[in-house]
Design a protein around this ligand. Structure first.
Ligand code: NAI
Length: 252
């Protein structure tokens, strides 16, 4: 790998919306051949058309990260069709915000199944291909919720804390295979899904606790994501890159 990403290959999970969609477009704009994976194929069609219209290369892959057979099929299809797999953006994730006392065990299981078990399944399967081809870069999308506490997000926060420690442990196991494993931990990023909340009184109060006094924008993650994807971060593995406007180090 060189610092340039052109001609490299990537799989982005959960690419049908939000940050996954953004990361897929970003990588494609740098010349990366991108496999976009999600359960909602109809939404992927539009994204693939957008990427191709701007001169990029995109492959549609049906993928449910909670299903081992689906993960095996999707990773194999991506690596075979693109001619290898250099980068994995393990982005798919869900949050069910609820007080712990009201959380059903199915709601707990669903968040762990996607955010922790799913991240392991995709990372393990992709790392096998990467090790065979001589290396690669895995970027697990964490959250500052995996480092700090928050209201009504116990399962989500636990899953992201697990993802962060999984990242470190995979990093040491895979270092000799030249597969780097890092986590990107965003703070609150404004998307369609949370725009309404952040316009509310409670949302405004939350923004006041962010030292930079604003929410993140998807573009704020571009530099850190490209760094971890490229060989510019060749000596980084097991790192957790926090991108949150100072939110997680706000004063007591
Ligand atoms: P989103 O809900 O728009 O995107 C999540 C994507 O994951 C969706 O496309 C969804 O269909 C997909 N997904 C869920 N379960 C799946 C499964 N079983 N198989 C395949 N795909 C599945 O949310 P957003 O905000 O774009 O989140 C993306 C990642 O970023 C998540 O891991 C989230 O925890 C993380 N994150 C988001 C932050 C934010 O403020 N938006 C802050 C910190 C982390």
């Amino acid at each position: 790998m060189t610092d340039s990403l052109a001609g490299h290959t990537a799989l982005v999970t959960g690419a049908s919306s939000g940050l996954g969609r953004h990361f897929a477009r970003l990588l494609a704009s740098r010349g990366v051949k991108v496999a976009i994976g999600a359960r909602r194929m109809d939404r992927l069609v539009t994204l693939a058309e957008e990427i191709r219209a701007s001169g990029g290369e995109a492959l549609l892959v049906e993928l449910d990260v909670t299903d081992e057979a689906s993960v095996t099929q999707a990773v194999g299809q991506s690596a075979d069709a693109l001619g290898g797999l250099d980068i994995l953006v393990n982005n798919a994730g869900i949050v069910i915000a609820k007080p712990a006392l009201e959380m059903s065990i199915d709601e707990w299981d669903a968040q762990i199944a996607t955010n922790l078990r799913g991240v392991f399944l995709v990372a393990r399967t992709a790392a096998r291909r990467m090790a065979e081809q001589g290396g690669g870069s895995i970027i697990n999308i964490a959250s500052i919720a995996g480092l700090r506490t928050g209201g009504h997000i116990s399962a989500y926060a636990a899953s992201k804390a697990g993802l962060i420690h999984l990242t470190r442990n995979l990093a040491i196991e895979l270092a000799r295979s030249n597969v780097r494993v890092n986590a990107l931990a965003p703070g609150y990023i404004e998307t369609e899904l949370n725009a309404e909340f952040f316009a509310s009184k409670a949302g405004e109060e939350l923004i006041k606790r962010i030292p930079q006094r604003r929410l993140g924008r998807p573009e704020d993650l571009d530099g850190p994501l490209l760094l971890l994807a490229s060989d510019a971060s060749r000596y980084m593995t097991g790192a957790v890159l926090v991108v949150d406007g100072g939110h997680s180090v706000n004063p007591l």
